[in-house]
Design a protein around this ligand. Structure first.
Ligand SMILES: Nc1ncnc2c1ncn2[C@@H]1O[C@H](COP(=O)(O)OP(=O)(O)OP(=O)(O)O)[C@@H](O)[C@H]1O
Ligand SMILES: [Mg+2]
Length: 290
């Protein structure tokens, strides 16, 4: 499992490419170039003409293979590289090196074709139209994705019911509470019947009732429609409730790929999953810094 000593991402037993593999990465890397400002006023001026450029290795050789119908949680401390990985899989970011393939296509090269078959929700920001009522955002998406009217009506009815959108569907998005907005975002990401759903912190800031509703919805989506789900979260109950497979990323490297049960076997702690994860992060951090 964890082989930090050779400083390379391990190829886990889950990294098997079959006909069912729909998300595939091989030695996937992303480096950001960021300019740093020198301290002080003069330094600031100097930096305008001669910036100091640092390289941040956000994702460092990640190998992932996810089969159709799986529900996988990607965990890791802040700044680990989870969102960057998801952004490369959605085509928002271009990999610096390595391969990312979804449905056999490179997301950043075939953005439209991949977008037609995927849905994505970033918990931290909405993809809905801020000033429009939720219903109008859905209508716009119907045109953008060219969703057939009957399909659209069918999906709307199901999602409005499961996510209980009824009481705020005519409210402008900017007036929605976080939990209401998140439910709206989830429905919006699914109206075009995507085969894959990426969720970057889908339960952030939700109350216990809203969390329960969103989790039940995701379970049903996976079970009934066979939607493949890759989610990131800091909430261990999301993992316990939804995902049997975990990916743990730290410092841009994939450090664990396996079941929740096997994960518990790797640490001494007998406590909650949160305790287990904390011990895992602390241990790997120490090893990575050696
Ligand atoms: N656009 C960007 N420009 C420069 N650096 C970035 C950019 N986006 C991310 N990074 C850096 O890449 C690293 C990984 O960030 P990322 O957002 O993928 O982390 P994360 O695992 O999603 O963390 P969190 O749990 O806090 O959401 C961090 O060091 C971050 O500062
Ligand atoms: Mg993130």
């Amino acid at each position: 499992m964890v082989r930090l000593a050779d400083r390379r991402a391990p190829l886990s037993e889950h990294w098997i490419v079959t006909v069912d593999t729909i998300i595939y990465t091989r030695e996937l890397r992303k480096t950001f170039r960021v300019s740093r400002r020198r301290p002080g006023l003069l330094g600031g001026l100097r930096s305008l003409f001669n910036p100091i450029v640092d390289e941040v290795l956000a994702v460092d050789g990640v190998n992932i293979s996810i089969a159709r119908g799986e529900m996988v949680a990607c965990l890791g401390p802040n700044g680990a590289g989870k969102s960057t990985t998801i952004k490369m899989l959605t085509g928002i970011l271009v990999p610096s090196s390595g391969t990312a393939e979804v449905f056999g296509m490179q997301p950043h090269r075939q953005r439209r074709a991949v977008a037609q078959r995927m849905g994505v929700v970033f918990g931290q920001r909405t993809q809905l139209w801020w000033d429009l009522p939720l219903r109008d955002s859905f209508d716009l998406l119907r045109y953008i994705y060219r969703i057939p009217p009957r399909r659209f009506a069918h999906n709307m009815a199901i999602f409005a019911d499961l996510l209980e959108l009824g009481e705020f569907i005519d409210t402008p998005v900017r007036q929605l509470s976080l939990g209401q907005r998140m439910r709206g975002d989830l429905a919006a990401a699914l109206l075009h019947d995507p085969e894959v759903l990426y969720l970057d912190e889908p339960t952030i800031g939700l109350d216990v009732v809203a969390k329960h509703r969103v989790r039940s919805f995701l379970q049903e989506l996976n079970r009934e429609r066979g939607v493949t789900v890759l989610l990131t979260t800091h909430d261990m109950s999301d993992v316990e409730r939804l995902c049997s497979r975990l990916l743990i990323i730290d410092h841009g490297r994939l450090l664990y790929d396996g079941s929740l049960e096997a994960m518990r076997g790797h640490v001494d702690d007998e406590g909650t999953l949160e305790d287990t994860m904390r011990e895992f992060y602390e241990r790997t951090s120490r090893e990575l810094l050696v």
